[in-house]
Ligand binder design. Structure first.
Ligand code: CP
Length: 318
């Protein structure tokens, strides 16, 4: 694994999930990261990703440097050959080469702008970091994917011990249009497992076919939830009418009555969650959301551990 930006960076998802669960039993191993530094760059807000990544790094003995680059850094220019006589003050190629000298691994959070689908789906910002970094880059949620969240979600599902689970993934309403990253990523990861996956959303909320290939889609939410062992709810904005909010229909909110259609199903959400909009208080209070957030530590930690092990192997071979 050179970088960690999607499920494609992982050879064996099941093994990685099992290794993370094993790590959770005895998480503190300060020697492997001793003398190493994790850099965390945020273009967007975060609670879980920031703190769980820091906690994971500390469990491995790493130092951590965090920068809210959109607020505290210079304004970054991403275009090659730009004449920088306007607002941007530092070119990405300079910034990333400098950061690569200060850190051993770099995490970057860069949400979709939701204005230009081509730029977002080409991962323009994250790709620029990878292109210029001389150290491994970890996605802390990019324009189209949130792999650390998805790994934590798979750890949480595995911990419930259900064989061949049915997982219903449901769109839910939200006052603001949100990126598709969490749902895209969850579908990528869950489709690597033996789960039966059903996706449900209103018409015109179809995701990119890249992420729904092989996924059963049912536009009837109650049918999709019937018999489910897990209900993963998330809002996302339209992919075709890119970034638009087409619906805020409260009929899609997850309620206890809907959960009664499931097979004693457990509700999941990545957080933060708008209570009584995405799901009712009672659904959230009886859910797996806090366990998912806890498992963000072990998702980050297993990824950092793998990258550090690789760095030690390379150093030993020189
Ligand atoms: N789920 C998640 O990524 O949470 P934060 O946005 O708070 O990091």
């Amino acid at each position: 694994m050179k970088n960690f930006t999607s499920v494609s960076d992982i050879n064996d998802v099941e093994s990685l999930v099992n290794e993370a669960i094993a790590l959770k039993k005895d998480p503190v191993n300060l020697s492997i990261g001793s003398g190493k530094t994790l850099g965390l760059l945020f273009f967007n807000p975060s609670l879980r990703t920031r703190l769980s990544s820091q906690k994971a790094a500390y469990n491995l003995g790493m130092n951590v440097m965090t920068l809210n680059i959109d607020e505290d850094g210079w304004k970054i220019e991403f275009e090659d050959g730009a004449v920088m006589d306007q607002g941007s003050q530092e070119h990405i190629k300079d910034a990333v080469q400098v950061i690569s000298q200060y850190c051993d691994i770099l995490g970057v959070r860069t949400f979709a702008g939701l204005k230009n689908r081509k730029d977002d789906y080409q991962e323009k910002v994250l790709s620029s970091f990878i292109a210029h970094a001389t150290i491994p880059v970890i996605s802390l949620e990019s324009a189209t994917l949130h792999p650390l969240q998805s790994l934590a979600d798979l750890i949480t599902i595995k911990e419930q011990g259900i064989v061949w689970p049915k997982v219903a993934v449901s769109w839910a309403p939200h006052p603001r249009p949100l990126p598709q990253a969490v749902v895209n990523s969850f579908l990528e990861w869950i489709m690597k497992t033996d789960a039966e996956v059903v996706l449900t959303h209103p018409h015109r909320y179809e995701l990119s076919e890249k992420f729904t290939r092989g996924v059963t889609i049912n536009y009837n939410q109650e049918e999709a939830l019937a018999g489910a062992d897990f209900v993963y709810a998330k809002n996302w904005s339209a992919y075709e009418s890119y970034g638009q909010k087409i619906s805020e229909d409260p009929a899609w909110t997850i309620t206890m009555d809907k959960m009664k259609l499931t097979n004693h199903g457990r509700f999941m959400h990545c957080l933060p969650v708008r209570r009584n909009v995405i799901a009712t208080d009672e659904v959230i209070d009886n859910s797996l959301v806090i366990k998912q957030a806890e498992n963000r530590i072990y998702a980050a930690q297993i990824v950092l551990k793998k990258l550090l092990e690789l760095q030690h192997e390379v150093a030993a071979s020189h």
